[in-house]
Design a binder for this molecule. Structure first.
Ligand code: GDP
Length: 233
């Protein structure tokens, strides 16, 4: 199936985010989790820069993706969290303190994917991030990266552990072997379509989808469970 991917913008604040009212999927994960590699593997081109200095960029990179005849969507690559800049910061992030740009993106009620490293199930800041993401996003799922690094037995154990920690289905993927890419496209489709049914912008509207969750000025301090997690079918 033909995939088109173009870079739209790098955003540092709400005002930089695209005005074109497309469905959005936000990608969240610790620095070095393999987010850039995954984006490149998903779109089959080197559109995202893989990090040589993790944690440096506090930008959201927005890409416009079209697969086959499906409606185009915006993929929003959020800055990695949890990079060890000292204990204090790591502690703050475990709560987790997302960047201003992450709050601005989540105020638009996107669908979201939390990326976690398959080799490290249940890290404290991944769990905290899931609490935040799963309550702030219109719909969310967990993706386990670098699955190629695990042998069969380890993989089975890790997947069981991940599903139990996050209490949600977890999709195993590898940017190296391409495993899970088709499933990831299908997962993205199902997340953004469910999200669109809840808050589809009007066809004539040039404005971005109306934030239904929270405004960036009122970031969630505690996750709420008003939007229960929807399980992947
Ligand atoms: P980011 O900081 O989350 O964008 O992470 P990167 O995409 O830059 O990847 C971090 C490191 O993990 C790099 O050395 C990648 O080559 C490696 N990596 C990323 N994805 C995979 C994967 O699926 N399998 C393996 N074996 N290595 C990966």
């Amino acid at each position: 199936m033909k995939i088109e991917a173009t870079f739209v913008t790098s955003a540092t604040s709400a005002g930089d985010l695209p005005r074109e009212p497309l469905a959005e999927i936000a990608l969240v994960g610790r620095s070095n989790v393999g987010k850039s590699s995954l984006i490149n593997s998903l779109v089959r081109q080197r559109i995202a820069r893989t990090s040589s200095s993790p944690g440096k960029t506090r930008l959201a990179n927005v890409y416009r993706l079209t697969r086959g005849n499906a409606a185009p969507l915006h993929l929003v690559d959020l800055p990695g969290f949890g990079y060890a800049e000292g204990q204090q910061r790591a502690k703050a992030l475990a709560e987790p303190a997302f960047d201003e740009i992450a709050r601005a993106v989540f105020a638009r009620s996107p669908a979201a994917l939390l990326l976690v490293d398959a080799r490290h199930p249940g890290l404290e800041n991944d769990r905290a991030a899931w609490e935040w993401v799963s309550s702030a996003a219109a719909d969310a799922a967990v993706v386990a990266t670098k699955i190629d690094k695990l042998a069969r037995g380890e993989r089975i154990r890790a997947m069981r552990q991940l599903e139990s920690v996050f209490d949600a289905p977890v999709l195993p993927v590898s940017a190296v072997t391409g495993e899970g890419m088709e499933e990831l496209w299908n997962l993205i489709d199902s997340l953004v379509n469910r999200r669109n049914r809840n808050s589809r912008p009007s066809r004539n509207s040039q404005r971005p989808p109306k934030p239904t969750a929270r405004s960036p000025e009122q970031p969630p301090t505690e996750p709420t469970r008003q939007q229960p997690l929807r399980r992947k079918k």
